[in-house]
Design a protein around this ligand. Structure first.
Ligand code: BF8
Length: 682
């Protein structure tokens, strides 16, 4: 049942940052003691997170409060009489609405750009023609139309996903039929993204929806507008405009090779890959290169942070400097001339850290400005010109770099990334029969026990990189791991995104991975790209042999260090799509048992998915492997497979794998694997 210890969060008074910050601590040394970084703020606040806020029982939707409510205590309802269940359900629903709005505003931006591109108003064009007709069909457009006409109708259909007031978001029709029918039966098929977000915020204001079940079903509907709406639009149209990710070799982590001491270093941070794409192109511009040389630099070196980092890593092989919790550390290397940010997960503290170096923080979005930053608005109509303007600011900062403050550790890691759902089909299916059939067959014959997605954030309040131990445990138990977002970056840094890490897999999984030369952890992209996992799951169902609905697949998801509201929206759309999702180290509804019971148990009766909470890697692994085995049993494909514990010898093997000669095998070393340098040149 619910782990009550999780209720009050992780941090104890005066606690020192844990191993997650080991490298960081070294780099932070270049900062004066009085510079307040995020780990220092955790340490110096000296307080636990607010227990009422944590459990979801702080109501602040009106000015009679804020009211702290306690479940089961009549006197401690809200002034209006709101119960803990109502308050907790409202707060949860509002997180879903906020997360959905973030992914979907991003998606709308891409849809608008797609519209402008196909009408010749911006200098972008469709790069991925192979995928074009598949997406056309998904958007309800006849793929046999002449291309020009088809593109225009696709753009209209994509924009309609946001503005539509009635009916069903067309992309939900991609889901397996039994799932779509369940959504219809329970009235949760989303009508349009904007409508669902606005309605959910409305129904959770004072004096509207006061039935926790009804509120949570509203949250389910809104979350589907994210996963099968806004996020899916973002992913699919970005693939068309910027290219569908294919396996590519690259580097991650703050280290030499990712940052270059003799180059102008520019980090792109946030979530919009269009800006980053323009910066990549501008970085090869002769005028820019000549300006960089004039100030004594050899060129421009780009790296990524957070999800923008994942986007350019997947498509271009641009290295990733770090995840969410590394954004300050990247600046603390003293080697960054500029951090170019757009929207989401950009901590206000980076301007404070940048102030102690020569680094310019450059904001580019009209909805995300920061005090202490330079603002250069990104305009897609003049994308390259704006990108050049940004790079000129970075070049001007290069002579101000203080060599005494530069610390770039030698800790970058080689990875293979770029596993879009199409690429997985190609790699696992083989070069000549791109299909999920071999994947399904290997799940059915038990070589692959199941599939686990490790997604979401990392979090300054969590000491250990839980994702890493968890992934090792899962792959040792023959579970194939998919990863996105900052979890993917953590797993990359741990060396699990290299084909050599297949040595850590159980014998069945290892055999499959070594046959195709794939890593045991497949990087599928940024947070909006969790929609790729929905499509892959649907494809697995359609391929056959593993049931007729997503809930029947031996698959499970988790976000072990969730931080953002976006993670809650993602988790909810996976649950509503039939997947069990484990969150950690706490869960935002633990202040109400009835609400938590609904989300953990009752919701499963409607959609087949449910939530769980766990704190340690072992707890996560137990829950997740049990769920996979449950799925196998129900399909009648269970065979006795003893649990093996990940031992120290295997762990050592991983460490040596990091320094082993580069990649082998067919899939990831075949003609479809591109080296980052080749890709950048082409
Ligand atoms: O959208 S994983 S910390 S960067 S919220 Fe943010 Fe979480 Fe990272 Fe990307 Ni996702």
């Amino acid at each position: 049942m619910i782990d009550e210890r999780a209720r009050f969060g992780e941090v104890k008074k005066g606690k020192k940052p844990g191993v997650q910050f080991k490298v960081a601590e070294e780099l932070y040394q270049s900062l004066k003691e009085d510079v307040l970084t995020a780990p220092k703020r955790v340490e110096r606040r000296g307080t636990l997170p607010c227990a009422f806020g944590k459990g979801g029982t702080c109501c602040r939707v009106c000015n009679m409060g804020p009211c702290q409510v306690v479940e089961g205590v009549e006197e401690l309802r809200g002034v209006c009489g709101a119960s803990a269940a109502t308050v907790v359900a409202r707060n949860f629903a509002r997180m879903v609405a906020a997360g959905t709005s973030a992914h979907s505003d991003h998606g709308r931006h891409v849809a608008k750009l797609f519209y402008e591109a196909v009408h010749g108003e911006v200098p972008f064009e469709v790069r991925d023609k192979r995928k074009l007709r598949v997406v056309a069909q998904a958007l309800g457009v006849d793929p046999s139309l002449p291309e020009d006409e088809m593109l225009k109708r696709m753009a209209e259909s994509a924009l309609q996903i946001f503005s539509q007031q009635e009916g069903e978001i067309v992309l939900t029709h991609r889901a397996p039929k039994p799932l779509l029918e369940k959504w219809r039966k329970y009235g949760v098929v989303p009508r349009g993204v904007d409508r669902e977000v606005v309605e959910l915020i409305h129904r959770t204001t004072i004096g509207v929806d006061q039935d926790y079940r009804n509120i949570l079903m509203g949250a389910a509907r809104c979350s589907l507008a994210d996963g099968w709406g806004g996020s899916m639009v973002a992913t699919e149209l970005q693939d068309l405009l910027l290219g569908n990710p294919q396996p590519i070799r690259a580097k991650v982590n703050i280290g030499l090779g990712v940052l270059k001491p003799d180059h102008v270093n520019v980090a792109v941070h946030g979530h919009d890959p269009l800006l980053a794409d323009a910066l990549v192109m501008a970085s090869y511009d002769p005028e820019i290169l000549s300006l960089a040389k004039k100030v004594g630099a050899k060129g421009i070196n780009l790296s990524g942070i957070c999800c923008t980092g994942n986007e350019v890593l997947m498509r271009k092989g641009i290295p990733v400097a770090g995840s969410f919790i590394q954004q300050e550390v990247a600046i603390a290397t003293g080697a960054l001339e500029a951090v170019v940010v757009d929207v989401q997960c950009i901590m206000q503290n980076i301007t404070e850290v940048a102030r102690h170096f020569h680094t310019a923080v450059i904001t580019t979005s009209p909805i995300a400005k920061m005090e202490g930053a330079v603002h250069i608005p990104f305009d897609e109509k003049r994308a390259i010109d704006v990108a050049k303007e940004i790079l000129k600011v970075a070049i001007e900062r290069y002579p101000q770099r203080d060599p005494a403050k530069v610390r770039i550790p030698d800790s970058s890691i080689d990875v293979v990334v770029g596993f879009s759902h199409e690429a997985i089909m190609y790699i696992l299916g083989g070069r000549f029969r791109a299909s999920y059939k071999p994947l399904n067959e290997n799940i059915i014959n038990g070589k692959i026990r199941g599939i686990a997605a490790i997604v979401g954030c990392d979090n300054y309040r969590v000491d250990e990189p839980i994702q890493v131990e968890l992934a090792k445990e899962l792959i040792a138990n023959n579970v194939l791991v998919l990863a996105t977002g900052c979890s993917a970056t953590q797993l990359a840094i741990a060396g699990l995104l290299s084909p050599e890490a297949a040595e850590l897999a159980g014998p069945g999984l290892r055999e499959v991975l070594e046959a195709v030369g794939c890593p045991p952890v497949l990087h599928m992209g940024a947070c909006v790209d969790n929609s790729r996992i929905l499509i892959a799951a649907t494809e697995v169902v359609h391929t056959g042999g593993l049931g007729e609905d997503i809930y029947q697949i031996p698959a499970v998801g988790c976000a072990p260090q969730w931080m953002s509201e976006k993670a809650v929206a993602i988790g909810m759309y996976f649950v509503t799509s039939g997947v069990q999702v484990v969150f950690g180290p706490d869960f935002p509804t633990l202040g109400s048992k009835v609400v938590t019971d609904f989300l953990f148990y009752e919701i499963e009766k409607y959609f087949g998915g449910s939530w769980r909470v766990a704190r340690t890697a072992n707890e996560f692994a137990n829950i997740m492997i049990d769920r996979i085995d449950f799925g196998r049993r129900n399909l009648g494909i269970d065979k006795p497979k003893p649990r093996v514990l990940f031992d120290m010898a295997m762990r050592r093997a991983l460490d040596s794998a990091r320094y082993a000669p580069p990649f082998h095998g067919l899939g990831c070393f075949g003609p479809h694997t591109v080296r980052a340098e080749e890709k950048q040149e082409s």
